[in-house]
Design a protein around this ligand. Structure first.
Ligand code: FES
Length: 153
């Protein structure tokens, strides 16, 4: 008789355990879903940046080896460069500590005077402390007109 009672008690306990486990999993799932929707509600979705092609001038105004400074849509200084092979545009902000780089046409490279940093004509860091290439803008040439894709403000 006692053995039978123990079995029943054990079965009930197992049933209780399964019921409690199912209830706990359901509760955790509900709280998790609630947390995800709360975060989505509180943190606004990132807007995808829009770019517009801005006319920077004509090829005749930018002969081989020359560069021209411009201000991008975010108010940052940048350089439009004719490296003799193609037209490129780069941020003037050095990727080391943020000094302004200069274009050296005779060597076809960018130079940062603050800590002797060098970048090649494609903006790649080639010497000195800069850890990565210069930020580059997309350039398009249509009918001899030069356009640079700038972030819409
Ligand atoms: S800021 Fe340009 S090399 Fe340091």
């Amino acid at each position: 008789m006692d053995e039978k009672k123990e079995k029943t008690s054990e079965e009930l306990s197992r049933r209780d355990f399964l019921a409690n486990t199912a209830m706990t999993l359901g509760l955790v799932g509900s709280l998790g879903a609630g947390a995800v929707y709360s975060v989505k509600y509180l943190v606004p979705a990132k807007k995808k940046a829009k770019f517009i092609d801005v006319l920077m001038g004509n090829l005749k105004e930018l002969p081989a080896g020359s560069a021209r400074e411009f201000i991008d849509g975010q108010g940052k200084k940048a350089l439009l460069v004719n490296n003799g092979q193609e037209i490129k545009a780069f941020s003037k902000i050095c990727t080391h500590l943020g000094c302004e780089v200069e274009w050296h046409a005779e060597k076809k490279e960018f130079y940062c005077p603050c800590h002797e940093g060098f970048f090649d004509a494609n903006g790649k860091n080639i010497a000195g402390p800069p850890p990565r290439p210069l930020d580059e803008y997309k350039v398009t040439v249509k009918d001899d007109n030069i356009f640079v894709a700038l972030k819409e403000v």
